[in-house]
Design a protein around this ligand. Structure first.
Ligand code: UT7
Length: 325
C-alpha cells in the first residue's frame, strides 16, 4: 500500500511587492534582483494577516478538490519554520481553522525543505498503516524574519502556503521514493535566532539584525546545487527510474540560477522544469507545494506523469520525493 497526492491548493498574502517597490526601501535595483535571482515580485504578510489562516485557506482548497471532508482526515503535518507563537504548532492552528479535533497534528522544521520532509513523513506513516488520509502543508513567512536594512537577504523572500491531500492507495501510482538529508555542521550558512511572524514589513515591531535571517549566500549556493543534484540522482535510482523518464522537475524556488544549474547537471531541458520564482520569490517550505499546485492547474502533470519534488534549505536540509501521478 502506497500513498498518493490526490489534490493540492495554495494561498498567499494580499500584498505583492515588486522589485521597483523595493528600490524605494533600499539600495537595490530590479536589474540586480532579476539577473542574480530571477525574482520579479513577492507576496508579503502585513499587520493583521495570519499565516495560519492563509495555510488554512490553502488546505481547504486542497480538501475540496480532493473531495475529502476535514473530519475524514487522519493527520495534519506541516513543514514550517514560521511559528506565530512559541507554541501551539501551525498544524494545531490549521486543525482549529478546519474545525476538527482528536487527530494528530504536528510541524516538521526543515526550513525550505519542510514540505519535502513532511511528504516523506506522511508517506512513511501511511505505508506503516497509521494513517489513510493526511493533509500535508508547507507554509512560511520569511519576510517577517528579514532585516529590511540588509539588501542581501531582504529582496529574496516571499510568504505563502501550499497544501496537498495524500491518501493510501494500492497500485504503482503515488510516492515512489523519498530521500532526506541534513548537514548540521553547515547550520551557520542560513539561520534565524528568534522566531515569530509579528514583524511584518509595515509593523512597528522590528527585529534586531542579529535576530534576523543570517545567510552566507554564495557558500549556500554551491552546496544547494551539489546537494539538489545528488539527491535527485539517488531518489531516482532508488525508485528504478531513469532521469530522462522524469516528466516534471518541481524544485524549491530559491534562485533561478540554482534551478538552472541543477537542471543542466541532471540533463533536464527547461520545458521539464517548473519555475515561478519570478512571481513569488523564495517562499521557503511553501515554494514546492505552490509550484506543484500551479503546475497541476496549468495541465503540466497528467495521470502517470513522473514528478520530482526537490528542495534545499537551512539546517542545512535537503531532500526529494519522486511521485508517479
Ligand atoms: O532557500 C534556501 C536556500 N537558499 C539559497 O540557496 C540561496 C543561495 N544563494 C543565492 O541565491 C545567492 O548567493 C544570492 C542571491 C543570495 C546572492 O547572489 P550572489 O550572486 O551570490 O551575490 P553576492 O552575495 O556575491 O553579492 C554580489 C554583490 C555584492 O557587492 P560587492 O561586494 O561585489 O560590491 C553585494 O553587496 O552584489 C551586492 N548585492 C546587491 N546589490 C544590489 C547583494 N544583494 C544586493 C541587492 N541589490 N539586493
Amino acid at each position: 500500500m502506497g500513498s498518493r497526492i490526490v489534490a493540492t491548493g495554495r494561498a498567499v498574502p494580499r500584498t505583492a511587492l515588486t522589485n521597483s517597490d523595493l528600490e524605494r526601501y533600499m539600495d537595490t535595483s530590479d536589474e540586480w534582483i532579476r539577473s542574480r535571482t530571477g525574482i520579479g515580485q513577492r507576496y508579503l504578510m502585513r499587520q493583521g494577516e495570519s499565516l495560519a489562516e492563509i495555510a488554512t485557506d490553502a488546505s481547504r482548497t486542497a480538501l475540496e478538490r480532493a473531495g475529502v471532508k476535514p473530519a475524514d482526515l487522519d493527520a495534519i503535518i506541516v513543514g514550517t519554520v514560521s511559528s506565530e507563537y512559541g507554541f501551539p504548532s501551525f498544524a494545531c492552528q490549521i486543525q482549529q481553522g478546519l474545525g476538527i479535533s482528536s487527530i494528530p497534528a504536528f510541524d516538521v522544521a526543515a526550513a525550505c525543505s519542510g514540505f519535502v520532509y513532511a511528504v516523506q513523513v506522511a508517506d512513511a506513516q501511511m505505508r506503516a498503516g497509521d494513517f489513510k488520509r493526511v493533509l500535508v502543508v508547507g507554509a512560511d513567512a520569511l519576510s517577517t524574519m528579514v532585516d529590511w536594512n540588509d539588501r542581501r537577504t531582504a529582496v529574496l523572500f516571499g510568504d505563502g502556503a501550499g497544501a496537498c491531500v495524500m491518501v493510501t492507495e494500492p497500485g504503482n501510482r503515488g510516492v515512489l521514493s523519498s530521500l532526506l538529508r541534513s548537514s548540521g555542521e553547515h547550520w551557520t550558512l542560513l539561520s534565524v535566532r528568534a522566531t515569530g511572524t509579528r514583524s511584518t514589513i509595515d509593523s512597528e515591531v522590528r527585529r534586531s539584525p542579529d535576530d534576523s535571517i543570517q545567510m552566507k549566500g554564495p557558500e549556500l549556493f554551491k552546496i544547494a546545487v551539489k546537494s539538489m543534484e545528488e539527491v535527485s540522482r539517488l531518489v531516482a535510482e532508488r525508485a528504478g527510474v531513469k532521469l530522462e523518464d522524469i516528466d516534471l522537475f518541481v524544485p524549491h524556488q530559491a534562485n533561478m540560477r540554482i534551478i538552472s544549474a541543477v537542471a543542466e547537471r541532471l540533463g533536464m531541458p527547461p520545458e521539464k522544469v517548473y519555475t515561478n520564482i519570478d512571481r513569488y520569490g523564495n517562499t521557503s517550505a511553501a515554494s514546492v507545494p505552490i509550484a506543484l499546485d500551479e503546475a497541476l492547474e496549468q495541465g503540466r502533470i497528467h495521470d502517470n506523469s513522473i514528478v520530482m519534488l526537490n528542495a534545499c534549505g537551512g539546517g542545512l536540509t535537503w531532500g526529494a520525493n519522486l511521485v508517479r501521478w
